[in-house]
Design a binder for this molecule. Structure first.
Ligand code: DLZ
Length: 171
């Protein structure tokens, strides 16, 4: 998905379904706030552009990316959402902190997808530098939050495609 050459917000291949009757949760990490708030705004704007309504989007903050998993778990357990978008930005530093946080949040989010059977989207930037983060949060490589929102919409639509009128679709 990542590319040095193109704007990541320019999507190819496949129509984006309507999000008009979908409900979304967004959990955003406060660390690197300038970046994560730009990603969050990008995600919200994309959901709205594709038909979601403000009343059907609930947004919460957690302190850091490490806390995204539990924030998303609260949402999955306590409110009725079709998909959850997790947004964070972990920047490579001089210590192993980066690896621990990235591994934990990637594994945590993967597990939530399976545990709750809803899409929980990994909208976490893991750049080497702050500049690379800016490039992907509304800069020259687009806004990764847009991408996370489109992924959420497509995955909700995919799940629904297996059921019509509450019943499994046959062959
Ligand atoms: C501690 C820490 C560090 C060093 N770096 C980041 C970062 O780049 N991005 C981020 O989202 N969070 C960072 N954190 C905070 C951790 O995610 C977490 O909030 C704390 O370790 C407390 O659990």
């Amino acid at each position: 998905m990542a590319s040095e050459l193109k704007n990541l917000s320019e999507f190819e291949g496949g129509k984006i379904p309507s999000a008009a009757d979908m409900k979304f949760g967004i959990v955003t990490a406060e660390w690197n706030h300038e970046i994560t708030s730009a990603l969050q705004q990008g995600a919200i704007a994309t959901l709205l552009k594709h038909g979601a309504t403000e009343e059907r989007i609930i947004s919460k903050w957690v302190p850091g990316s490490f806390e995204l998993t539990l924030g998303a778990q609260y949402m999955a357990e306590l409110i009725n959402v079709d998909a959850i978008i997790c947004i964070g930005c972990v920047i490579q530093g001089d210590t192993k902190h980066f690896d621990f946080i990235c591994d934990a949040v990637a594994k945590g989010i993967t597990d939530l997808n399976i545990k709750y059977n809803i899409p929980v989207i990994f909208g976490v930037l893991t750049p080497n530098t702050y500049e690379q983060a800016q490039d992907r949060a509304g800069g020259k490589h687009g806004n990764k939050g847009d991408e996370a929102a489109v992924t959420a919409i497509k995955m909700v639509d995919l799940k629904r495609s297996f059921k019509r009128d509450g019943k499994k679709v046959g062959f």
